[in-house]
Design a protein around this ligand. Structure first.
Ligand code: LLP
Length: 423
C-alpha cells in the first residue's frame, strides 16, 4: 500500500499486522474494523475521571452493542445500560450480570417494562405515565427517575435530550406528582439520572447539569436521599471528528477534576454513599472503529468530482442524518500513481441523491480501486446500519491486542434478507 492518506491510522498501527487491502480480501467490502487496544485505552481514560470509590463508567450500549466489544468493555470494569430488550439480550450475551445493567428506556410498553423487571434490573422511567405503568408491573420494587435538568447540549438538535424542546425526562416541578405515584405503587426511588445530549467538546455544560442533578438530590427529604443508590449524570462526551484538521480533544483532565470535585463534595456534604455514574457511548467506541469501503466509479458532473463507493448511507447514516463529518483516509496499491488534491464528493450506492458521505472534501485525488477508510465510525456506525435497498449489512472485524484479526460479525447474506418474509 502506498501512503496516499493514512498518517492517522499508521501512527496508531490501527490495522495491526494486516493492511486494509488484506482485510478486504479476507472479509469483503464494506467492512467495519475495530481495534482492541484503542477500545481498552478509552475505557481506561474514562475510569480515570474520578478516583471516588462510588464512581462508575456506565457504557451506553446504543453506540455499539457488538458482544465482542461489550465483553472487552466489561473486562475493563465498565457497567452497561440497555434501552431495549435487544440491547439487554446483547449485554447478557456479553456476560454482564443483572446488577451491572441499568435499563434506561422511554415510552415503552408494559410488556417491555415487565421484561426488565423480570430480569431484576433497575429501571429508569422518564415520564409520570411510565412511572405509573411501571408501578403496576413492579409494585413494591425500586425505580429510578430520569430528570430533565432544563439545559441541553449536543452536536445537532436531533440529539439534544434535555431542556425545553425534547421528549425526555421528568420536570423537577413534577416531583410531588412523582412522589404520589411512588407512594401509590409502594415504589422506592432508588436513583436519579439525566442525559443532556450527545457530543459536547467543552466540560462546562455537563458540569452545570451535574450541579442541577446534585442540587435536586440534595433537596430531597432525608429519608428519600438515604434510599438513593445511583446518581447518573448521562453521557455525551465528544470526540474530535476532524483528525486531519488537528481538532482539539475534550479536556478530560478538566472534566475529571470537575466531576471528582462535585461528587466528592456532594458525598461529604450529604453522607450519600451510593454510586455516581457517567454514561458515555461515543467516547468509549467511536475512535476504535473505522469503516472500510471500495471506490467503484469516479465521474465529473456539473463542475463536481463524484467518487462512487460501496459506502452508502445504509452503512453509515451519520453524515446524511446529522450532516456529520468523518475524516476519510485513502489506501492504494503500491503500483498506482498519486496526484494532487482537489474537492471531491464521496457518495454511496443507494438510489437517493442525498446518499453523500462527504461533500466537496479536499482530498488527494481518489481513483477507481482505491480503498477508503472512514475514521471514528465505531459509535453509531454499525448500530445504525440498515438493509435499505436490500443491501447487506457489513461484517465486523476486531484487530486484537497482538495485531491479529478476528471476525466478530459476519456480513448479512441473502438468506438473512428473506428470513422473516412469509409468502
Ligand atoms: N445515556 C442516554 C440515556 C442516552 O440516550 C445516550 C445517547 C447516551 C447515554 C450516550 O450518549 P453519547 O455518550 O454516545 O453521546 N446517533 C447519534 C447519537 C445519539 C445519542 C443517543 N443517546 C449520533 O450518531 O451522533
Amino acid at each position: 500500500m502506498s501512503a496516499i492518506r493514512s498518517a492517522y491510522t499508521d501512527k496508531l498501527a490501527f490495522f495491526g499486522n494486516s493492511s486494509p487491502q488484506q482485510l478486504l480480501a479476507v472479509y469483503g467490502s464494506p467492512l467495519y474494523v475495530y481495534n482492541e487496544n484503542i477500545l481498552r485505552r478509552s475505557c481506561r481514560e474514562l475510569q480515570l475521571l474520578s478516583a471516588h470509590p462510588g464512581f462508575w463508567v456506565n457504557y451506553s450500549a446504543k453506540a455499539n452493542a457488538n458482544p465482542s466489544l461489550l465483553r472487552i468493555i466489561r473486562e475493563e470494569g465498565c457497567l452497561v445500560d440497555a434501552m431495549s430488550p435487544g440491547e439487554l439480550h446483547m449485554n447478557l450475551e456479553a456476560g454482564f450480570s443483572r446488577e451491572q445493567i441499568l435499563y434506561v428506556c422511554n415510552n415503552v410498553s408494559e410488556a417491555e417494562l415487565q421484561n426488565a423487571a423480570e430480569h431484576g434490573l433497575l429501571v429508569s422511567v422518564d415520564s409520570l405515565a411510565q412511572l405509573d405503568l411501571y408501578g403496576r408491573v413492579n409494585r413494591g420494587g425500586n425505580v429510578m427517575l430520569r430528570f430533565n435538568p432544563g439545559i441541553g447540549a449536543g452536536h445537532h438538535q436531533k440529539v439534544v435530550t434535555a431542556g425545553e424542546a425534547t421528549k425526555f425526562g421528568i420536570a423537577p416541578e413534577d416531583l410531588d406528582k412523582a412522589r404520589a405515584l411512588l407512594a401509590a405503587h409502594g415504589l422506592t426511588l432508588a436513583g436519579l439520572n439525566q442525559h443532556i445530549g450527545s457530543l459536547f467538546m467543552e466540560p462546562d455544560g455537563y458540569l452545570d447539569a451535574m450541579d442541577r442533578l446534585l442540587a435536586f438530590a440534595a433537596a430531597l427529604r432525608p429519608e428519600e436521599l438515604a434510599r438513593l443508590e445511583i446518581l447518573d449524570f448521562g453521557g455525551g462526551f465528544g470526540i474530535p471528528y476532524h483528525k486531519y484538521g488537528n481538532a482539539a480533544r475534550l479536556d478530560m483532565d478538566a472534566l475529571g477534576r470537575g466531576i471528582h470535585e462535585r461528587i466528592s463534595a456532594f458525598a461529604a456534604r450529604t453522607g450519600y454513599a451510593g454510586r455516581f455514574y457517567v454514561e458515555p457511548g461515543r467516547y468509549v467506541v467511536a475512535e476504535c472503529g473505522l469503516l472500510l469501503g471500495t471506490v467503484h466509479a469516479v465521474k465529473d458532473h456539473a463542475g463536481r468530482r463524484y467518487v462512487g463507493t460501496d459506502l452508502g448511507f445504509n452503512t453509515l447514516m451519520r453524515p446524511v442524518l446529522y450532516n456529520a463529518h468523518h475524516d476519510i483516509e485513502i489506501y492504494r496499491a503500491e503500483d498506482a500513481a498519486e496526484s494532487g488534491s482537489l474537492p471531491q464528493t464521496v457518495v454511496g450506492n443507494i438510489c437517493e441523491s442525498g446518499d453523500i458521505l462527504a461533500e466537496d472534501c479536499v482530498l488527494p485525488e481518489i481513483a477507481i480501486g482505491d480503498i477508503l477508510g472512514v475514521l471514528d465510525a465505531g459509535a453509531y456506525g454499525f448500530a445504525m446500519c440498515s438493509n435499505y435497498n436490500l443491501r447487506l449489512r457489513p461484517a465486523e472485524v476486531l484487530i486484537m491486542a497482538d495485531g491479529s484479526h478476528r471476525l466478530i460479525r459476519r456480513r448479512d447474506n441473502l438468506d438473512d434478507l428473506v428470513r422473516n418474509v412469509r409468502v
